[in-house]
Ligand binder design. Sequence first.
Ligand SMILES: Cc1cc2nc3c(=O)[nH]c(=O)nc-3n(C[C@H](O)[C@H](O)[C@H](O)COP(=O)(O)O)c2cc1C
Length: 187
Amino acid sequence: MNILNLYASLNGQTEKIAREIEKTALMGEHIVTTVNVKKQEDIIDLLAYDFIFIGSGVYTWLPGKAMLDWMKRQMDYIRKNDLILPGSPRTPGKFVCVYCTYAGPHTGEAEAIPAIKYMGQLFDHLGITIVDEWSIVGAFIPKKMHQLNISGRLGNIEGRPNDEDLRQVRERVKGMLNSLQVSISST
Ligand SMILES: Cc1cc2nc3c(=O)[nH]c(=O)nc-3n(C[C@H](O)[C@H](O)[C@H](O)COP(=O)(O)O)c2cc1C
């Protein structure tokens, strides 16, 4: 499969997940293009890939600024070229998995859901089917925010994402790509 692995990461937490996805997909002998959207100025042809991963940290219930800015640039291009059709018909063989890393200090996972849904809509509008949505715990990195890693709604999240979180990412990537191999090779 031809895989696009998009991410934005302010303090490197989401980047850990993106790197794990990349390693796992490469071991499965897929072609993987990993893109940090902060460094991406050119418009990406999202329909050129069989499978897309997209991930970001959560900042006030939404993806961070780098991701929002990238999405806006993509949307401007998509609108200008009339790429969104009424009813957003499915494009066969095109899939996306949307995830975020988050700390949920106040309301827990509810803080991650709007960010995931927001990112997913870009792809759903283009007819790219959302196959999975992951919210992965990511502790606060700035020192002055460390207290929130032990006092928030999720309890103690120090060191997350940890080895177990990364193991789960690997297993989910393998499971998902295997399950779609047949639908993609038949298009
Ligand atoms: C300034 C700042 C604001 C944050 N705001 C939220 C928030 O509103 N909700 C939340 O769940 N996590 C919040 N977080 C935690 C991050 O989403 C989490 O640490 C994430 O894993 C960071 O990913 P990144 O380093 O890849 O951007 C915040 C972190 C920072 C540094």
